[in-house]
Design a protein around this ligand. Sequence first.
Ligand SMILES: Nc1ncnc2c1ncn2[C@@H]1O[C@H](COP(=O)(O)OP(=O)(O)OP(=O)(O)O)[C@@H](O)[C@H]1O
Length: 450
Amino acid sequence: MRADAVSRAVLEQLRELHCLEPEQTVCCALSGGADSVCLLRCLLELRPVLGITITAVHVNHHLRGAESERDRTFCQQLCAGLGVRLAVYDVNPAARAAQEHCSEELAARECRYAAFAQVQADWIATAHTASDNLETAVHRLVRGASLHGLTAIPPKNGRFLRPLLRVTRRQVEQYLESLGQTYVTDSTNLTDAYTRNRIRHQVIPALEQLNPSVERTVSYTLRSLRREDDFLHQQAQAAYAKCHTGKNTLSGLETLHEALQFRCIAMLLEEAGISCEAPLLERLAALARQGGRWNLSGAVYAVGKSGTLTIETVQLPEPLPEAIPLQMGENRLFSGFVLHARLETVSPAENVANIHKKFANACLDYDKIKGEIFLRPRQSGDRMQLSGRGFTSALKKLIQANLPPERRRTAHVLADADGVIFAEGVGCAARVCPDGETRRLLVLEILGKC
Ligand SMILES: Nc1ncnc2c1ncn2[C@@H]1O[C@H](COP(=O)(O)OP(=O)(O)OP(=O)(O)O)[C@@H](O)[C@H]1O
């Protein structure tokens, strides 16, 4: 490709975006590397055609010691030589990384974009190339991405423009060589420490062996994906407006093409502040079709029924306390009622029938209880043998048979070292029932709510 082909590709890209107007200012994000130096030279070359003003911005990350200073000086000298006004911002990504517990690379990016936000210009042009776009697409493909994610780097995003997206890194180098233009090299780009660099140094060369023009070919593929993604996004917005029948509810999903169903569900999740991934979208689309309920996180559920999907938050009941030792006197129950416990002595003359008549409440033979008595909720695996039965039964079933649904969760249970001795609504275990030998009784009585 000849040098003028690079500026032609940049012009084509800018014209296709239909956003630049004469007399506007475009600020070139200048790192000093080959790509951004090429972009600056190209924009200057196109300045008379476009009728725009060109400025530049350099962000000093101070992460590479003397190399950072070298880059800043290079940018200052380059801009001075070219008659371009340059703004330099000093940022501190190391401090930000420590504060936000993120990588210095990510912090540098955030600092850089925060500095760009302060730039006075209509547009900020960054020098992402077709090579960067291919690397990004490969990275996203292997990590997993939606169609939108696979479109990789957008040529325009807010006030950011990427005019070099149709130019490969090799073309950049040829262009600079033809101008005799120097640039700096970031030594961290040469290592394989970052995934991005490993893709650049190991994966892309392998792809180039399969197709020497892979960067250009994929560049077309990505543009085509972007067009289709834009179209689907428009369709999905219209479909969403139609299906969104109430707060957090989509109806009539089954009438939509699957591609739109998935996009609408993704929009619903986004509205509810839930991050969505491909497996979740598939699950929720099936839920809307087949009906059912799926826990999304904590108290948030997705509920599907006949093509309708709702995201709802249920009020979670307060967690029940752990086991607490039974006190003689008043004990607060999980239901809010008070359980009164007291000991009574039984004279040898009294028979069992009398005991039950005298103490209309629940009473247990205190001397048959093993160790400390605990008050606790039902636990899975609890079993009990009722008096007159020769077998144990699951406590869950006994509670279900004896208590209305609203009282089952908070039903209180008394347990000793050998297991359940008493359960609300069920009664006491056969092994602690009073008999002719009983001399001390544990009498239990429910009082009103405290
Ligand atoms: N220190 C800097 N000062 C000014 N512009 C910069 C600086 N570093 C990068 N840029 C701009 O951002 C473009 C992309 O840089 P780079 O490839 O290092 O970042 P990236 O992490 O791949 O992309 P991005 O962070 O922009 O999404 C560069 O071509 C340049 O235009």
